[in-house]
Design a protein around this ligand. Structure first.
Ligand code: G3H
Ligand code: ZN
Length: 279
């Protein structure tokens, strides 16, 4: 089916999961998991994933779009954690309907200025723009900073001053956690939900236990970003296969079960957050 748009998925107010793509197998697994759950989803490529592909966006973006178009469930494409203005501008030449412009490393005033410019650029091209306020830790080169929080009053001013369409908020999660031990500040999520006219995005959702994820949705989180948990499932399956079959050299032998394990993780996340749609 044709690609859907991030804005349309989020317009319903129902929770939507966005899963990180690194390789084509990720895209295939995410599409398979979403189909199994009977749910729409977002496939997102991060700036770091593009760097992994030698800085070339087109091959992996085109392959991801082709996989998404071949799916029987609505899938949208999102470009995630973009710090480079050059990469932001490359989004318009591909199939992305949304971009996260991440100026969260910058001091507040510079973040506002750069993000407002990015939002103007995106809106002129029909793209939906997500931004981050209150640095969510655990990104490459970061220490985990689970104590950082987004202030609701500052966030309301930030959204008004930048014109962004969604906001990634620091509410207790942290990127790249391989255990699920994060505890979220649900009162803060509710306060941000009340204070802001745009959808709230939870980054680092891999480290959040299921009951906390369900409560986060009930408290006002709409977009749930998941990456590391998929790689945990994938790599775990590769490791198990190669331990059992140490002489294997054909990557298809171990990537097939790995892709299947990742699809299972995707389906599980979608069911936990209640992203499945009535037929
Ligand atoms: O933007 C992507 C997400 O925040 C993924 O975070 O890998 O910790 O699940 P995660
Ligand atoms: Zn993130």
């Amino acid at each position: 089916m044709p690609l859907t748009r991030t804005a349309d998925l989020l317009a319903s107010g129902s929770p939507v999961a966005a899963f990180n793509v690194i390789t084509v197998e990720h895209a295939e697994a995410i599409a398979a998991g979403a189909e199994a759950a009977g749910s729409p989803a977002i496939l997102q490529l991060s700036e770091n994933a593009v760097k992994f592909h030698g800085g070339r966006l087109t091959p992996i973006a085109s392959a991801t779009a082709a996989v998404a178009r071949a799916s029987s469930t609505p899938l949208a494409l999102h470009l995630d954690h973009v710090e480079s203005v050059r990469l932001l501008h490359a989004a318009a030449a591909h199939d992305f309907s949304s971009v996260m412009y991440d100026a969260s490393k910058l001091p507040y005033a510079e973040n506002v200025k750069a993000t407002a410019e990015a939002a103007r650029w995106a809106h002129a091209r029909g793209l939906w723009l997500e931004a981050e306020l209150g640095r969510i830790g655990g990104k490459a080169g970061d220490a985990h900073t689970p104590g950082v929080r987004t202030d609701p009053a500052e966030a309301a001013a930030y959204v008004a001053d930048t014109g962004v369409d969604a906001l990634a908020v620091a509410v207790g999660s942290s990127h790249a956690m391989t255990d699920r031990t994060a505890t979220l500040d649900h009162a803060l999520i509710a306060a941000l939900h009340t204070a802001l006219p745009v959808p709230l995005v939870l980054h680092g959702s891999s480290g959040v236990p299921d009951p906390e994820l369900r409560r986060a949705v009930a408290s006002g989180i709409t977009k749930i970003n998941v990456g590391t948990a998929l790689n945990t499932a994938y790599t775990g399956a590769v490791r198990a296969f190669l331990e059992a079959h140490p002489s294997t050299v054909d990557p298809r032998r171990y990537l097939a079960p790995a892709r299947e394990a990742m699809a299972g993780a995707v389906e599980r996340f979608l069911r936990v957050i209640g992203a499945t749609r009535d037929p």
